[in-house]
Design a protein around this ligand. Structure first.
Ligand code: HEC
Length: 166
């Protein structure tokens, strides 16, 4: 008789664990529901694939940037500036922190676009279609980090170097 009682309580415990596990699953799927609702409300603006290659030069003072072979010493300088002024919000992998991961940035954007984003982020968010879509996705404004034009060019060189390493 004792054995039977043990068996029954084991079964009940098993059922409770099972229900609990299912409950957890349900709460996951409901959070997915709410995120898909959030994207559904923003479909009025044309849908932009942020990972697609764009030829846009963006909005700002850089309209023509000439590139040569990757300059290692410029890239080193850019790396140090990135560590000091950008790394709180960006990784150079494809992983997002506050802002998007920047791996492949020189493949999906033009040099001019990248340099305008760095020196003119607020106007880019307001006027550039990709900038607008980025703000909508990340819900945080990137602000100007007080970098000079030369430093901006060095950061671009660092991104080119980062993207040359597969
Ligand atoms: C306060 C956090 C923050 C800092 C600091 C910051 N960014 Fe950003 N960055 C963002 C966010 C958020 C976005 C996306 C929304 C937007 O564009 O405003 C972004 C977007 C970008 C993009 C466009 C990415 C893409 O996929 O097209 C580039 C390039 C970029 N940042 C470079 C930099 C560089 C270089 C620095 C340092 C000089 C920097 N950011 C500093 C938050 C930041």
């Amino acid at each position: 008789m004792k054995k039977l009682q043990n068996l029954i309580s084991a079964l009940i415990l098993g059922c409770i664990t099972f229900l609990y596990a299912c409950g957890g699953g349900q709460s996951n799927s409901s959070s997915q529901d709410s995120s898909s609702k959030a994207t559904a409300t923003t479909t009025e603006t044309p849908v932009i694939d942020l990972n697609a290659k764009s030829e846009s030069k963006g909005v700002g003072k850089f309209t023509s940037v000439q590139l040569g072979p990757i300059d290692a010493s410029m890239a080193e300088k850019g790396k140090a500036i990135f560590a000091a002024k950008c790394s709180a919000c960006h990784k150079t992998t494809d992983q997002k922190i506050v802002g998007p991961g920047l791996k492949g940035i020189t493949e999906r954007r033009t040099p001019e676009w990248v340099m305008n984003q760095i020196t003119n982020p607020i106007e880019m968010e307001q006027k550039d279609p990709i900038g607008k879509a980025l703000l909508e996705k990340h819900l945080t404004q990137m602000t100007f980090q007080n970098v000079s034009d030369d430093e901006t060019r060095q950061i671009l060189e660092f991104f080119r170097k980062n993207d040359s390493i597969k």
